[in-house]
Design a binder for this molecule. Sequence first.
Ligand SMILES: [Zn+2]
Length: 440
Amino acid sequence: MADLLDLSARIIDSGLVDQPVNRVTNELSEIADGVAMVESFSHCVALQTGDGLVCFDASGVQTGQQVRDALRGWSADRVSHLVYTHGHADHVGGSTFFRDDAPTVVGHQAVATRLDRYAYTNNWNLLINMRQFGGIRGDMNLNVGDTGGGVDVKANPNARRFLPATTMRPDHVVGDHDTIDVGGLQMELHHARGETDDHLWGWLPQHNALTTGDFLIWNFPNAGNPQKVQRFPIEWAAALRAMIAKEPELLLPAHGLPIAGRERITRVLDDVASALENLVAEVIAMMNAGATLDTIVHTVKVPADTLAKPYLRPLYDEPEFVVRGVWRQFGGWWDGAASRLKPSPDAHLAAAIAALAGGADVLLHRAEQAMSDNDQRLACHLADLAGWAAPDDPAIHEGRAAIYLERRKSESSLMSKGIFAAAARESQAVVDRYGPATNG
Ligand SMILES: [Zn+2]
């Protein structure tokens, strides 16, 4: 049993991360008297009551069985209440393995809408998670990172469902807030938008404890995911402020380490809230001043010392994507460049530019030059143009794949790494189809 509070105190107080903070061990640690956490993809936070266990989140479908087994090693009690902090697959998919307990499932009223949406857009969700979590080969091994897990397609090719059909739906539905007593344990549940529109965070007055769900993920907030639906960074920050006002002594997150001590918890929540508030304020100020998205994306930055904090590193999402998310939340999808309102097809534009340049190979060569000049953003534009202009040319696509693999290496966030790896696979497929490039 790891002393997680000790570990988090040392890491937060020193600012040094000398070991992983987002661990998927599927092991249970007792955090306080009657309070335990199974570290998984997402965690399960369990509380003993006079009437069985209350669990916050069920983890995902791949880890749910191990999580339920770990709970059994701690308590023989049945799970009487399963509370969803939100409806992401890695928080609810494991409920399949809680069915025998016949728990009351508690969740925000928007969880059901989310589960319906996952069914409606099943393959889309499989595809985007393949990109986000697929790594360099595109495997669906999801034991990394954070939210939005799905089925293990590689291990079980028939399991083409983003969420198992056996996922339990909430039967105790919460609107704005609710207070529930389970066997003498009092829980306040508060709705707030943040990473999702269906989030609940909990306050347990007898433990002076918060259950934060994904409002704290020990990474820069997942508030700008490029492939997923709208996130709500300013509401996220407001929820963190409401949590601070509870004067918590214990914080139990769904990802990362639990935290003890009011001053330490306040500092962490305030740092995350401030990072989001400052970013949103800068974007909105520029939008109000009439700036284009292009100007805003290349102007608004989060200070390096903020991003260096152990719980704000951009290893999952990143600030640039949150900037775009704010634009989308308060504006529309159009970025302010007139030609991109109703653009030419990418291939048509690329063919014209390649003809001007003297061929797709000239564009690719210039892209490779930009890579060696360390202008990777420019290099990727030119590599895309070359690829679009020569969709069947293995030599061009071999070069494009190499550029994206190189780009992937220098990115910090899982989301960028995933998308750039997918671009390399796209070009590698052309090489595989049309044979390796011949020299000369
Ligand atoms: Zn999560």
